[in-house]
Design a protein around this ligand. Structure first.
Ligand SMILES: C[S@@+](CC[C@H](N)C(=O)[O-])C[C@H]1O[C@@H](n2cnc3c(N)ncnc32)[C@H](O)[C@@H]1O
Length: 260
C-alpha cells in the first residue's frame, strides 16, 4: 500500500481521494477482512420523488445518472473484480442496491467468482410516498452478502451476536429500520447516506474488533464512522472531496463526543 496517498489518516481510519477503479489497484491483495459497498444505483434522471413533503426530481449527482444496461453491468463487474483481489479468502462483501442495479450486481458477483450467502431485504419503516400513484410505494432495498466461491474456507458470521441482538431468536433476512435519522446528518448531507443502524448490524455480523473494512464508495463515510465506533480499522475511497470533508467532520466530532 506504499504508493497510496491518504487524504486523511488517523488511528486506523484512512480516506483515499480518487476513483475506485484506479485506487483499488493500489491496495495490497488479500488485505481486507470485509467490504461494504453502496455503489451508484444509476437511477437519477427525469423521475420525481417526494422529499420532506415536497415534490423533487430524482437527481442524486452526476455519478448516479442513468447509463445503458450494458455499461451498468460492465461497471459492476469491473469494481467487483477489483474488490475480489483485495479481499482475504475468508472475507465477505456486502453490496446494497435497488431494482435499478441489484440484478446486475447479483449476476456480476457470480460471474466474478463469488457465492451469495444472503439476500437481505432492508424494509424502510418510513419510506417517502409514491407520488406518481402509478406503482406501489418503494419501501425496500436489497443488500447482498457474498463470499468467495472457494471450498473449505470458513467465512466469519457472528451468529450468536445476531441472535442476541434479535432478542434471543435467530436473526431473519428482513431488517426493519427507519431512514437515516436527521441527527446523523447534522454535519452535512449526502443524498444517499445510509443509516448507522444498518451498518452496525452488518459490521457486527461479519467482523471482529481490529478487522480491516473497506468501502469503495465512501460517500459521507457511514461505514467508516461505524467501523471506528466498533473498534475496526477502515479504508474509504471517494472521488468527491466534499464528501470526504463531510466524513472527516463526522469522524472528528464523533471522536470528540466519545472523549467528553
Ligand atoms: C451511494 S453513495 C454512498 C453513500 C454512503 N454509503 C453513505 O452512507 O454516505 C456512492 C458514492 O460513491 C461515489 N463514487 C461514485 N463512483 C465512484 C468511483 N468510481 N470512485 C470513487 N467514488 C465513487 C459517489 O461520489 C458517492 O458519494
Amino acid at each position: 500500500m506504499n504508493r497510496l496517498k491518504y487524504y486523511y489518516e488517523e488511528d486506523g481510519f484512512k480516506l483515499i481521494h480518487g476513483d475506485s477503479f484506479e485506487m483499488l489497484k493500489q491496495i495490497k491483495s488479500q488485505s481486507i477482512d470485509m467490504i461494504f459497498a453502496d455503489p451508484p444505483y444509476f437511477l437519477s434522471g427525469d423521475g420525481i420523488t417526494c422529499h420532506s413533503g415536497k415534490m423533487v426530481s430524482v437527481k442524486k449527482g452526476q455519478w448516479d445518472e442513468k447509463i445503458d444496461i450494458k455499461a451498468k453491468h460492465l461497471f459492476n463487474r469491473k469494481w467487483i473484480k477489483l474488490c475480489k483481489r483485495v479481499l482475504k479468502d475468508d472475507g465477505t462483501i456486502w453490496i446494497s442496491g435497488t431494482m435499478h442495479n441489484i440484478y446486475s450486481i447479483g449476476m456480476a458477483l457470480e460471474e466474478e467468482g463469488f457465492k451469495i450467502i444472503n439476500n437481505i431485504t432492508w424494509k424502510k419503516l418510513n419510506p417517502p410516498p409514491n407520488i406518481s400513484c402509478k406503482a406501489f410505494t418503494h419501501s425496500t432495498e436489497t443488500i447482498l452478502w457474498a463470499k468467495k466461491d472457494l471450498k473449505n474456507v470458513k467465512y466469519k458470521f457472528n451468529y450468536d451476536i445476531m441472535k442476541k441482538l434479535n432478542g434471543g431468536k435467530q436473526m431473519k433476512d428482513v431488517w426493519e429500520t427507519s431512514l437515516t435519522k436527521l441527527k446523523e446528518k447534522k454535519y452535512g448531507k449526502h443524498p444517499t447516506q445510509k443509516p448507522i443502524e444498518l451498518l452496525e448490524r452488518i459490521i457486527l455480523a461479519s467482523t471482529d474488533e481490529t478487522d480491516l473494512i473497506l468501502d469503495p464508495f465512501n460517500g459521507s463515510g457511514t461505514t467508516g464512522i461505524v467501523a471506528s465506533k466498533l473498534n475496526r480499522k477502515y479504508i474509504g475511497i471517494e472521488k468527491e472531496k466534499t464528501y470526504l470533508d463531510l466524513t472527516i467532520k463526522r469522524k472528528v466530532n464523533d471522536t470528540n463526543e466519545k472523549r467528553f
